[in-house]
Design a protein around this ligand. Sequence first.
Ligand code: HEC
Length: 177
Amino acid sequence: MSTLKKLVTTAAVSISLVIGISAAVQAQSLGTPVDESQLKNFDLIAQADGSGYPDGGGTAIQGKAIFERRCVACHGMNGEGTSANTRLVGGDMQSEERPIRTVGSYWPHASTLFDYVQRAMPADAPKSLSSSEVYQVIAYVLNMNGIIEDSLLLNKESLMQVEMPNKDGFIDSSQAL
Ligand code: HEC
């Protein structure tokens, strides 16, 4: 082996050794074990089949106060939004122009609203609402869209009964391939 080749080989071996060692060290020091209670705030998957919903509940009347305190800054007093993607109310999927997609006009399942708000809203403090507050504030969003009465007690049972205006607007292509 030429000296140059030897040098290159030695360098390659040392580099891969260094990478190997640092990867091993990293693997050992990465992360800390979590306990069940810490996992609670991550395992938040509420699905359209009714699984994953917490207890609690409330009405749009209660939700109005939460909305006014925690949501209007970005979504407007009446859910009209402060930009195209923060509009929550109204909209039209049948428009000749580009359809205006909102929770009311576009989303096919009310369960998505619970799941999304529980996980991601308010955007400046996600996961800061209690389960009952989430039910109440989404009841208000649904009520502003004319989908439910303001006195309906929204909870894990009644949420499943809510019919969204665009429920038939999607095609299931999961079996198409
Ligand atoms: C700090 C600003 C902010 C606050 C406060 C906030 N949101 Fe949002 N929200 C957003 C933004 C920005 C989006 C759009 C996110 C995107 O398109 O990815 C959004 C999206 C949403 C959507 C989905 C809209 C759609 O059609 O895609 C819902 C529902 C929603 N917010 C509900 C709420 C509720 C309920 C509250 C109060 C509890 C709240 N938000 C508070 C900023 C905010």
